[in-house]
Design a protein around this ligand. Structure first.
Ligand SMILES: [Zn+2]
Length: 410
């Protein structure tokens, strides 16, 4: 891949030269660290400098058969092209991940992810490759999706954790018990929820189904990793992607079990290889063999995006930490928003939560209870604002968990 990148991409050639490295300098994994990293900003800039696909591409356009674009919350979406073989590899990998989660040709799979530009869309083809009967639903209104569930009784579906929860609640409101529907496996991705035990078990209880967390990256595959039936971390597709986990500040590798930013190198994709791509995703990992027997490393939770990390009184706080606490408290609905404000030139955190309907207890005692949990788990005591049930906006796709109320430029 280094040879390909160096000889075909003017950008890679330039940054390798600037770093004083050549592909032949790579003799072992340790040597990879000599090569420069790239990030999302580089992809965006290069695409703007060299339309239409940037100068990291390493195959001629006539070889491209598919283009996904990042759902990027900021700025211009960046394109991720695939050649025919890249796309085949992608779907082969999806089929294998589906199989590892226990999906079989006898299953019916209802795909409830967005198809538009989103790299998760084509995963439906992976389900077909596996041999399951697939229903291409996409992101349709909840009532219609529930009607599909009732009519064709799919056993497997894929959506975001927020939407799995929302859809279950919507079903209940219209008199349908989601646990009595046919869904037995729910794949989730796009948010940390699927790896937060409290969120995972809440969705599982609501649907009487198993929840499997998946991880995808628009710049590589719709799913680069997924949970096997042991549901003990996400197996990374290490035959397609090389993984490094580093301290985001120092760039030094972190030990197993420690949190760090994931850096990925694609090992096969030729349309646009990614060499040491900083994902901005914070993970921890283990190389211990899984009880399922698979040897690919497992990520224990995508703790969140580096962009979502809040620094409160010098402590790194992720919304997923707050989620663990909120979902664990039976007096709360499980919905929450982290509000950051500026106090005495310091970032201050307030957590907005909802009490469950019919809660009669002492509000101050409840707030104190949450604060003590926060102190224990994240090491700070945020302010707690308890709202009535259903006060916070429900997400139909990705939930917004952080509201930054600090004035820009301060
Ligand atoms: Zn496993």
């Amino acid at each position: 891949m280094l040879e390909l990148a160096y000889h075909k991409s003017p950008y890679y050639q330039r940054i390798f030269k600037e770093a004083g490295v050549r592909p032949f300098h790579l003799e072992n994994f340790e040597d990879l660290k000599k090569f420069p990293t790239i990030d999302k900003k580089d992809l965006r800039t290069r695409q703007q400098m060299v339309p239409d696909f940037g100068d990291l591409i390493c195959a001629p356009e006539e070889d491209f058969v598919f283009l996904s674009a990042s759902s990027g919350s900021t700025g211009v979406p960046t394109a991720s092209p695939f050649t025919g073989p890249d796309f085949e590899d992608f779907q082969d990998c999806q089929a294998r991940l589906f199989w590892s989660s226990g999906m079989r040709p006898t299953d019916r799979y209802c795909h409830a992810l967005n198809f538009t530009l989103f790299v998760g869309g084509p995963n439906v083809i992976g389900a077909m490759k596996l041999g399951a009967l697939t229903v291409w639903a996409g992101t349709i209104p909840s009532e219609r999706l529930l009607a599909i569930f009732q009519t064709w009784r799919p056993t497997v579906t894929w959506t975001t954790p927020s939407y799995a929860w929302f859809l279950g609640e919507t079903a209940k409101e219209s008199g349908i018990n989601p646990a009595e529907l046919s869904i037995r496996k729910i794949f989730v991705a796009g948010e940390p929820g699927g790896s937060i035990p409290e969120t995972q078990t809440s969705i599982e209880a609501l649907w009487d189904a198993d929840v499997y967390d998946y991880y995808g990256l628009s710049d590589i595959f719709g799913a680069c990793a997924g949970m096997c039936e042991a549901k003990d971390g996400l197996h990374m597709a290490e035959d397609h992607i090389l993984v490094e986990v580093v301290d985001p500040q120092t760039g030094q590798e972190v030990a197993e079990g420690q949190r760090g930013e994931m850096i990925l190198t694609s090992l096969k994709k030729v349309a646009r290889p990614l060499i040491r791509f900083r994902t901005g995703d914070i993970v921890s990992y283990t190389t211990e063999t899984c009880s399922c027997g698979r040897t690919h490393m497992r990520m224990h939770g995508i703790h969140g995006r580096l962009d979502d990390m809040m620094i409160i009184k010098g402590v790194n706080v992720f919304p997923s930490d707050i989620e663990t606490i909120v979902r664990n408290n039976e007096n709360l609905t499980g919905e929450y928003v982290c509000v950051i404000t500026e106090e005495k030139h310091m970032a201050a955190l307030t957590i907005e939560v909802e009490k469950v309907e019919g809660f009669q207890g002492d509000m101050d005692a409840l707030a104190t209870e949450i604060q003590i949990e926060c102190q224990k788990i994240i090491g700070i005591k945020p302010r707690i604002r308890i709202l009535d049930a259903k006060s916070l906006t429900r997400a139909t796709h990705k939930a917004i968990r952080v509201r930054d109320e600090r004035k820009k430029g301060q």
